[in-house]
Design a protein around this ligand. Structure first.
Ligand SMILES: Cc1cc2nc3c(=O)[nH]c(=O)nc-3n(C[C@H](O)[C@H](O)[C@H](O)COP(=O)(O)OP(=O)(O)OC[C@H]3O[C@@H](n4cnc5c(N)ncnc54)[C@H](O)[C@@H]3O)c2cc1C
Length: 424
């Protein structure tokens, strides 16, 4: 995939992957061996028909290619940008070990940009479904349910639609235009979006349960997991959610600051790459070592190219400084019996800013006013304990990725359809 030169990248939030031209895409698709048993499809959590769509790209039938992808994944414009291809489809490609895997992710993005989608809708069936959350899970379920003739209303707490894709994943990996285009398209299909409606606060879940035939919770896990450590309240220490909300667009500058990010996932790397673009010297600290980092390998590679420093086998223990952060004290980790264990050895790092990106959780307010208020929402598959309330996306998934969210939302939509058909 063609890339913006590294000197340009680190100064701007412009998308760094440039996308294939028609000639490049057809040439790349032409390398596909069209295996009898396409392992790439087994590697895709949504089971996209990679072999068939690549063949259509090779033949120049981009509309057909899009139809094949969208049978399993309505939003290749997202997944073609952010999927962990090396761990999924491309990791399984037989060419991966011989030469170079087919660039399936880049081809998917190409198809999203060059294919024209087909849309057909069943007759309105008079049933109403409320979806809480407008992230990829909420949007994917909304689309499937609308197609089946349901009236669909999506309730979103924030003033922006799209979930983490609308405010979390920075523009240099996923441009906001792609998100806005999908939202516009869904609105044109008759899906109703209600912004600034935080369920459990502005409106209660019980009201949705009463007013709609079924409810889908697609609320994600967009809140940072907190940790108690001495000095964490110091000025300059922030959690990833607040940092990306406040600084993720690149409007503010932090020139010359020393920044440390704690964590090893995509979120940590995005924070570090945003800090770098804002003018900081950024260091990522992880408690294990590089092969254990859960981030996409492509993101790690790009972060290294962008001069982000990595320090492994350290865990933060104390934040030092008067009012403002000056230094972070870490404990060193060692490998003992194939386990990473904390030692008493310490290391101090000077820092003006520290971003904690050590995990995520859902906003429990959604259950306020129901029998689950203050309790954990227990979910079995796509069904919650509450009558007629289903769940999908990060809230239900072990693997918190866009494609897993889409896949679980499609399952939830199908379960809702079965449930409502049985109810009549
Ligand atoms: C910085 C970052 C980088 C990432 N990078 C990648 C990547 O490269 N590849 C990848 O596949 N995945 C990545 N992910 C994960 C991916 O973004 C999530 O898996 C995906 O967005 C989950 O979709 P979702 O629809 O379940 O939830 P979300 O996208 O979180 O959307 C949930 C929506 O529900 C709303 N909501 C919550 N509570 C309420 C309420 N009570 N009432 C109304 N609305 C509510 C939220 O405001 C939000 O808009 C990344 C995540 C982060 C944070």
């Amino acid at each position: 995939m063609p890339l913006l030169p590294v000197e340009e990248r680190v100064k701007s939030f412009k998308e760094i992957e440039l996308g294939y031209s028609v000639e490049q895409a057809i040439k790349e698709a032409g390398r596909c061996l069209q295996c009898k048993e396409p392992l790439c499809e087994k590697g895709c959590p949504a089971g996209v028909g990679c072999k068939a769509f690549i063949e259509q790209v090779m033949l120049g039938n981009f509309d057909k290619a899009l139809e094949i992808i969208q049978a399993k994944n309505p939003f290749p414009c997202f997944t073609g940008r952010v999927c962990a291809e090396e761990a999924q489809c491309e990791g399984q490609c037989v060419l991966a070990s011989k030469k170079q895997a087919i660039a399936i992710k880049a081809l998917e993005r190409f198809v999203a940009e060059h294919g024209k989608a087909n849309w057909s809708e069943e007759k309105t069936n008079g049933k109403k479904v409320a979806i809480v959350g407008s992230g990829p899970a909420g949007m994917a379920a909304a689309l499937d349910l609308k197609k089946k003739g349901f009236y669909v209303e999506v309730f979103e707490a924030l003033p922006k639609l799209g979930g983490i894709l609308g405010w979390g994943i920075p523009e240099y990996r996923l441009n906001r235009h792609s998100v806005e285009k999908v939202v516009k398209d869904l609105k044109e299909k008759g899906i109703v979006f209600r912004k600034k409606e935080r369920i459990g606060f502005e409106k209660k879940l019980n009201v949705l349960i009463k007013d709609f035939d079924a409810v889908l919770l697609a609320i994600g896990e967009g809140k940072a997991k907190k940790i108690e450590l001495p000095g964490i309240e110091k000025q300059g220490v922030l959690y990833w959610d607040k940092f990306l909300q406040g600084f993720g667009t690149g409007e503010k500058k932090l020139d010359g600051k020393k920044a440390v990010v704690v964590g090893g996932g995509n979120t940590a790397l995005d924070c570090a790459r945003v800090l770098r673009r804002l003018g900081c010297k950024a260091t990522v600290i992880y408690r294990k070592n590089v092969p254990f980092m859960p981030c996409n390998k492509s993101e790690l590679f790009h972060a290294m190219e962008e001069d982000i420093e990595f320090k492994m086998q350290l865990v933060p223990k104390e934040f030092l400084g008067k009012k403002k952060l000056e230094k972070i004290r870490f404990k060193k980790m060692e490998i003992d019996n194939e386990e990473f264990v904390e030692t008493e050895k310490t290391e101090d790092l000077e820092a003006d800013i520290c971003i904690m990106a050590i995990g995520q959780e859902y906003d429990p307010i959604v259950a306020n006013g129901t029998e689950l208020e203050g309790k954990e929402i227990k979910i079995n598959g796509n069904k919650t304990e509450l009558w007629s309330v289903f769940a999908a996306g990060d809230l239900t998934n072990q693997e918190k990725t866009v494609i897993h969210s889409i896949s679980s939302a499609k399952k939830a939509a199908s379960e809702i359809e079965t449930y409502l058909n049985e109810k009549k």
